[in-house]
Design a binder for this molecule. Structure first.
Ligand SMILES: [Fe+2]
Ligand SMILES: [Fe+2]
Length: 472
């Protein structure tokens, strides 16, 4: 079954907006507020320059996007749901085996709205966090990738706002307006999740953010793709297509910094490449430690009644729920979760239903390791004996059993004194951040790269690396 795409409409869509005039009018009156937000709190520079962007135009297997130079406020933000799966049934929880829902059941209305609002809020938040980075892009290729991520986070906001307007009436419209009224770092009206209120201060942070924090997004979207509420499932399914590029930007971005550091180490026969305009491996490790640990917090506490209720109700499943071979109810199955007490780090047994956050976090950790392994392969092939490692899951955590405890990267519970004596070896120090900041100078000549990062191995959409990705 295929659905019609209306690509020339004021709001491009494949949800038949033209067939629902009230909804169309409501979204068309939200549209100028979104554009105003984008112009005020989106990218701080190059808003009017033509950027070589990918735009979603369809949801089919082939040709779901096109590429071309557009200035960002003219980007065609649209509403796209993945193709419906005929006769789809609920794959888990108390309603397992029943038909999926095409409208919101009254009893789950407020929980579903909350899930959509929390997810939706992160999308514009990351655009706000990254708004100054275009001023210091290490190349036009990188600037383009930043803008690609930003416009797609904007489209993800549209995806959630569509659901709010279409399925949640008056409250949904109010929530959609509030998405543009909360702002990252605003003391009065901050974004909902703490991690989304910190500015992304430099490009190294941006690459680690897209590697680790966008990947949290992937796991949240993947578990909502399992939802019994079919429009949410199909929306998330399509968002995941775009999300893959964001993590690619992070994985290759960090990889290129590793490559450049190796080059400088070899050229100058030293591990300290800071005097040569590079970033030392130990600084990369500290940035990794920071972004990984704050991203682990986004999954919440090890056990959660909310997560259990969402699962039992069918609102939010596990990563790849349908590929798992168990009862998909989890109330009588058990697993171990970590437990930190004054005596040390141990474990306790809980139902799998209670431990869904921890299970999702486990899946995420396994996925994170793959990119780290790739960076390490480059280090090994270059003959360095240094490897990057993911710290213990208890390191630098604010949420859950480890929250507020002092855990070393190798997983020992330590005293506050030992923490204070070592924290500058484990997390970016002021001096590390200042050094990284000092390297952040914008490079806007096609094909040229800043000195701290290697060029990418390929351009975008088969264009050469020297292509004019942003016309400045
Ligand atoms: Fe997103
Ligand atoms: Fe993303």
């Amino acid at each position: 079954m295929s659905i019609t795409v209306d690509i020339d409409a004021k709001i491009p869509n494949n949800v038949d907006l033209a067939g629902d005039r009230r909804l169309q009018r409501a979204l068309e009156s939200w549209q100028p507020k979104f554009i105003r937000w984008w112009e005020e709190l989106g990218p701080a520079a190059f808003q009017r320059n033509p950027v070589f962007l990918r735009t979603a135009i369809d949801v089919g297997q082939q040709g779901w996007a096109n590429f071309g130079h557009v200035s960002m406020p003219d980007y065609r933000w649209g509403v796209f749901l993945a193709e419906p799966e005929p006769d789809r049934t609920i794959a888990f929880g108390e309603h397992m085996g029943q038909d999926v829902w095409h409208e919101v059941p009254g009893e789950y209305r407020s929980d579903l709205r909350r899930l959509i609002v929390v997810q939706g809020d992160t999308e514009p938040a990351s655009v706000e966090q990254q708004r100054r980075l275009s001023l210091t892009a290490p190349s036009l290729y990188d600037m383009r990738n930043l803008f690609q991520v930003n416009v797609e986070e904007g489209r993800h906001l549209w995806a959630m706002v569509y659901l709010l307007h279409r399925y949640f009436g008056r409250d949904g419209r109010d929530e959609a307006d509030e998405m543009l009224e909360r702002h990252s770092g605003d003391p009065d009206k901050p974004r909902i999740l703490g991690a989304f209120n910190e500015e992304t201060p430099d490009w190294l942070s941006f690459f680690f953010f897209t590697y680790f924090t966008d990947r949290d997004g992937k796991y949240q979207l993947a578990s909502m793709r399992e939802s019994a509420f079919d429009p949410l499932s199909r929306t998330c399914d399509f968002m995941l297509k775009e999300e893959a590029h964001h993590m690619f930007v992070g994985a290759t971005g960090v990889g290129r910094v590793v490559n450049r550091t190796i080059e400088l180490m070899q050229e100058h026969d030293t591990a300290d490449v800071h005097p040569h305009g590079g970033i030392n491996l130990d600084v990369l490790q500290k940035y990794l430690n920071f972004h990984y640990s704050v991203s682990l917090d986004l999954f919440g506490a090890e056990t959660s009644t909310n997560a259990a209720n969402y699962y039992a109700a069918g609102l939010k499943g596990r990563f790849q729920e349908e590929r798992r071979d168990d009862d998909h109810r989890l109330a009588t199955r058990h697993r171990m979760v970590p437990e930190a007490t004054d005596a040390g780090i141990g474990e306790r047994e809980v139902t799998q239903l209670a431990a869904l956050n921890e299970t999702l976090r486990d899946d995420y950790i396994e996925d994170c390791q793959k990119g780290v392994d790739r960076w390490n392969r480059a280090l090994r092939e270059a003959g360095t004996d240094v490897q990057l490692t993911m710290p213990h899951a208890g390191f630098n955590r604010a949420v859950g059993t480890f929250g507020g405890r002092r855990i070393s990267p190798d997983g020992r519970m330590i005293s506050p004194d030992e923490w204070d004596a070592n924290v500058d070896r484990w997390l970016p120090s002021d001096a590390d951040r200042a050094h990284v900041q000092s390297l952040m100078v914008g490079v806007t000549e096609p094909g040229k790269m800043a000195g701290w990062i290697a060029p990418p191995s390929n351009g975008i959409n088969q264009k050469p690396v020297e292509f004019e990705y942003v016309k400045v």
